[in-house]
Design a protein around this ligand. Structure first.
Ligand code: CA
Length: 115
């Protein structure tokens, strides 16, 4: 078999390096990088990934608002809908819209709008 020219070996090495670094970064950052685009879809950017997940850094189990988003929001095309806005995801007596407007957490029943 004829050996590959040096230029081809360098090119293949560069491609393999980029692919291995991409794979390593995906494994390293995991779920925290999984869906950051969703942060612009709900009116709770200050809550970060914790708007939908129990872990404020994202990934893992969802809170009650995240569960509702998964059912209502994803079904509607991955968006925050009027139906989701009108729900009281954490059952604390305030709609998600009221919670977002007041700055409280729609997935935490211990976080309520201040009267
Ligand atoms: Ca709440």
């Amino acid at each position: 078999m004829k050996p590959l020219p040096n230029r081809t070996c360098l090119w293949l090495s560069a491609v393999l390096f980029v692919l291995s670094m991409s794979t390593a970064s995906l494994l390293w950052f995991g779920d925290a990088w999984a869906r950051p685009y969703r942060m612009g879809k709900i009116p709770a950017s200050r809550l970060g990934c914790g708007a939908c997940h129990v872990n404020p850094n994202g990934g893992g189990p969802r809170n009650s608002f995240g569960d509702d988003y998964a059912v209502v929001g994803l079904k509607a095309g991955d968006t925050y809908t009027d139906a989701l806005s009108a729900k009281d995801s954490d059952g604390d007596g305030y709609t998600n819209a009221q919670e977002f407007e007041a700055g409280s957490h729609p997935g935490d029943p211990n976080s309520k709008p201040v009267k």
